[in-house]
Write a protein that binds this ligand. Sequence first.
Ligand SMILES: Nc1ncnc2c1ncn2[C@@H]1O[C@H](COP(=O)(O)OP(=O)(O)OP(=O)(O)O)[C@@H](O)[C@H]1O
Ligand SMILES: [Mg+2]
Length: 437
Amino acid sequence: MVERLAERGFEVVQADSGEKAVELLDQFAFDIVITDLRMPGVDGMRVIESARERYPGIVAIVISGYGTLKDAVDATKRGASDFIAKPFQFDELLQKVQKALEERRLQAENAYLRSQLEERYQFGGIVGRSRPMQELMRLLETVARSSTTLLVTGETGTGKEVVARAIHHNSPRRAHRFVALNCSAIPETLLEAELFGHVRGAFTGAVGTRQGRFEQAHKGTLFLDEVGTMSVALQMKLLRALQEREFERVGDNQTIKVDVRVIAATNSDLARMVAEGAFREDLYYRLNVVQVELPPLRERRDDIPLLVQHFLKKFSPNETLEVSQSAMRALMAYHWPGNVRQLENAVERVVALSAGRTEISSADLPPEIQSTPQAAAPPYVEFPEDGLHLPHYLASIEKDLIRRALDRTGGNRNKAADLLRIKRTTLVEKLRRIGVD
Ligand SMILES: Nc1ncnc2c1ncn2[C@@H]1O[C@H](COP(=O)(O)OP(=O)(O)OP(=O)(O)O)[C@@H](O)[C@H]1O
Ligand SMILES: [Mg+2]
């Protein structure tokens, strides 16, 4: 066994007794211990126990001539990772050794990701290490200190609310309230009263006098979600509140002054709504003093492993579930239309169904994620009524992909060519032809 493992490139140290093995364990940091079970003096169980005492992560493989189920169970209870009954084929042992090493490597990798999670790559609950997220966090740290109005944009589930909360909790306003209002969840007729409050009898059903969200958020932060859904009439009133920091409750003419930082969010294209006259231009500029654009998850796949660790910790804080290579590959290949929220839900589901297991394999993932082809699926294209110009259309896709490959690599053409699986010279040629700078 020693010779054959050495032939395969393993560094093997041999002990001819249990005592000797325990002694050696003090001298080297082993990855794996392979031992017989029944030996004179110090037996295999004791070897495993002292190995695990010294190195909790060590892999112990037991080989025994007494291939009883009871022995196997006992050995596993004392920390053996695997059990082989004599007689055995070398290949069987080799397979177990390789599998054990792979597991150890995964553990180390996962532990590394977990430590990264603790160290950097966090800003008030925002997790991310991709370049766009790192840049975003740096921007947020800066704007958190001021009271600037912010517009947070991004597809559903990209973390717009997380960003708003992170800013509040890192700002000098953190001792005051973070008040959130989803403008699309409240009927238009009641939205004004919700924002600015009302006095008794202001409208049917206004039985008492109530503070609006602006007043509640005094000295704190007001998060206006889905601002794009607000009527143009109400946009006017919001603009005044933002500009003058004053307003009246509905049904009242007494002016109220507040000190509120406003963070607005939307997943509609406000700039286009402005162009179409559905959103006031002056309000747009008022809200959009600083724009924070959250990229969809599929454009920052580097964040996926870290987010997976983050959510594993959230949903199973006491266990250390590992994610297999193939499962992680599937998670990274999927296009995540629901972005981080969908990833969070997927991890929650996997954890709930993982009862007792220590590793998540790709078979444990929701079916739609398992079955993502490894090469990105082509995007769905709306076919225009009157057709399209195929060469122009394909060229525009090519141009877009090339530009994004260059973005990803910080303009490095060699790396971009690698990402696109084309030769550098081909890339340079294409760049010249399509006029990408
Ligand atoms: N970068 C991130 N780090 C950690 N958790 C995140 C991150 N982004 C999003 N999440 C989590 O994903 C979920 C969705 O985030 P959030 O509610 O902020 O999305 P949203 O952009 O407001 O979506 P919607 O437009 O649908 O309201 C939340 O549970 C949030 O905790
Ligand atoms: Mg939201």
